[in-house]
Design a protein around this ligand. Structure first.
Ligand SMILES: *Cc1c(COP(=O)(O)O)cnc(C)c1O
Length: 361
């Protein structure tokens, strides 16, 4: 597939080529069905099998324990910023939020509309260049939950491991590093992720929620905002995002065939290490995240001047390396190298960086 260029987009992002080819082949008519997945009833046996298969493969891939529900919702991770507090922040309780970037800030904003929010940690004063240390966190005993953003897509930082929160349920926005490494689901009360970075296309949002937390969803909530309703109905209270679920199913199968999360994690580590090694090689490039907080998914770096950054963006695009311009809150460049991003693309970027430095350094 030589027409495909190297896609460093932060999201929606690259999907495995094998998945795209399979979806293309079966788009007009699913084998043995004679209709497209886009055209069939979500109540049909065919779609029920697709939904069940996606969930089963996702549970296998992530080792999701039986006492967790897997939900396929809509509205993106951004709707979860509201649904989490609407369902879990019970009257009179406090929710702790650890603020590590722009997405955490947006989550806080919605939670504050619902109830009492305590900022249990923040690195905003350092432009979110690092993840807070455990000893900096000021956790509320008996909080309704603690919310973290596991990977900060804009700032290129990532939690190396979960913060210790005791018995309080940990709620995580894992949109940009879900299934990039093994995940111990039992450490979390609720995990959510917009699909369009590591899991599938935009339009479907994954929620994994521990059974006991569903009891917190008040009956007075609007039906579509109620986790318990979605859980009771197996994500089929209304028409689910059928195509997104189908495609996520293909991505789950791809990930299993790659060797599962251990193998995917090892590949992600290799890709990130190669890029950071190049960033650190001479001082021409400068990583923006603190070394111990570096993301393996979104690699942010700057050049000696904004003029060189503009040239880098232009010339890399021309060289078939697309989407490297960084987010405006950090500036510089950002290479998003999610699960589906090939190692050959990292090699191509490293080669390009070296040549660029030789010409401009
Ligand atoms: C992209 C992203 C979001 C926003 O996701 P939507 O599905 O567009 O709402 C939220 N959180 C993180 C960490 C993200 O990377």
């Amino acid at each position: 597939m030589s027409e495909r260029i190297f896609n460093f987009s932060a999201g929606p992002a690259i999907l495995p080529e094998a998945v795209l080819l399979e979806a293309q082949r079966d788009l007009v008519a699913l084998p043995g069905v004679g209709m497209s997945v886009l055209e069939i009833s979500h109540r049909s046996k065919t779609f029920e099998a697709i939904l069940a298969g996606t969930e089963a493969d996702l549970r296998t891939l992530g080792g999701v324990p039986a006492n967790y529900k897997v939900l396929f919702l809509q509205g993106g991770a951004s709707l979860q910023f509201s649904m989490v507090p609407l369902n879990l922040l019970t009257p009179g309780a406090t929710a702790d939020y650890i603020v590590t970037g722009g997405w955490s800030q947006k989550a806080v904003k919605e939670a504050q509309r619902v109830g009492t929010v305590h900022i249990a940690g923040s690195t905003e004063g350092e432009n979110f260049a690092r993840i807070p240390r455990q000893d900096e966190l000021q956790l509320t005993p008996d909080a309704a939950y603690v919310h973290v953003t596991t990977n900060n897509t804009l700032f290129g930082t990532e939690w190396a491991s979960e913060p210790a929160v005791g018995a309080v349920p940990l709620v995580a926005d894992t949109s940009s590093d879900m299934f990039s490494r093994p995940i111990e689901v039992s450490k979390y009360g609720l995990i959510y992720a917009g699909a369009q970075k590591n899991l599938g296309p935009s339009g479907v949002t994954l929620v994994i929620v521990r059974d006991d937390l569903l009891a917190r969803s008040s009956k007075s909530l609007h039906t579509m905002l109620n986790y318990a309703v979605h859980a009771e109905n197996g994500s089929m209270y209304n028409t689910p995002p059928c195509f997104g679920i189908y495609l996520m199913g293909l991505v789950m199968k791809w990930a299993l065939a790659e060797g599962g999360l251990a193998a995917i994690s090892a590949a992600n580590d290799r890709k990130a290490a190669a890029l950071y090694a190049e960033i650190d090689r001479t001082g021409f490039y400068r990583g923006t995240a603190a070394t111990d907080s570096r993301s393996r998914m979104n690699i942010t770096f700057r050049l000696p001047s904004e003029a060189l950054e503009a040239t880098f963006a232009k010339e890399s695009t021309a060289a078939g390396l697309d989407g490297l311009k960084g987010h405006r809150s950090v500036g510089g460049m950002r290479a998003s190298i999610y699960n589906a991003f090939p190692e050959a693309g990292v090699t191509a970027l490293v080669d390009f960086m070296r040549e660029f430095e030789r010409k401009n350094g």
